[in-house]
Design a binder for this molecule. Sequence first.
Ligand SMILES: Nc1ncnc2c1ncn2[C@@H]1O[C@H](COP(=O)(O)OP(=O)(O)OP(=O)(O)O)[C@@H](O)[C@H]1O
Ligand SMILES: Nc1nc2c(c(=O)[nH]1)N[C@H]1C(S)=C(S)[C@@H](COP(=O)(O)O)O[C@H]1N2
Length: 203
Amino acid sequence: MKNDADRARIGLVSISDRASSGVYQDQGIPALQEWLKSALTSEFETETRLVADEREAIEAALIELTDEKQCDLIVTTGGTGPARRDVTPEATLAVATKEMPGFGEQMRQISLHFVPTAILSRQVAVIRETEGHAALIINLPGQPKSIRETLEGLKDADGKPVVPGIFAAVPYCIDLIGGPYIETDEAVCKVFRPKSAIRPKSA
Ligand SMILES: Nc1ncnc2c1ncn2[C@@H]1O[C@H](COP(=O)(O)OP(=O)(O)OP(=O)(O)O)[C@@H](O)[C@H]1O
Ligand SMILES: Nc1nc2c(c(=O)[nH]1)N[C@H]1C(S)=C(S)[C@@H](COP(=O)(O)O)O[C@H]1N2
């Protein structure tokens, strides 16, 4: 059981052969942490894992983070492309109880504004449900810059959103699966919830 029901637990999984073997320094987890710090105004804690592009290792990390660490949200980065060793979507689907195809569709739409190779990303999102707990798991591409791009979306020169990032829909999804109430800084990411689901701001 959770110690604090209102504090989100967020799993961050960087999936990279070279970062996990020390060929280069992992930039995935720092980029994820930095973005969450800039965007979330409600309390959260992170659990991080750096793993190679191995399906079994990825599945094990996702299962541990959901079932044992009780993460409400897990974000992966890397391993979504077409190369032989890119198996993050397969590992994610293997631990899923529900698919959430809208996230992958929206991320590819966003990413096409940045790179034509966005269509090469097979990223998926799923829910993993266990007895009494559930987590939303979202795959992001491996390029560290794609983390902000997909979570935050595309803005014009005045900072006005042109294409909403996928994080806009994450807090309400977490509400619906029984997780904590996540709030954000609207200047970074304006969350959408139906009126009936919005909690009054605490004084
Ligand atoms: N964790 C990471 N840290 C820094 N840069 C990364 C990381 N993961 C990926 N990248 C960069 O993004 C590119 C695309 O990511 P992708 O997941 O396809 O990696 P890759 O080419 O399969 O290599 P690797 O798994 O060894 O990182 C990489 O070639 C690398 O330049
Ligand atoms: N927003 C964004 N999406 C992106 C990219 C990017 O730089 N920015 N890179 C693309 C590239 S080049 C590839 S091959 C695919 C898959 O990347 P992955 O294997 O690193 O997960 O993501 C794509 N999506």
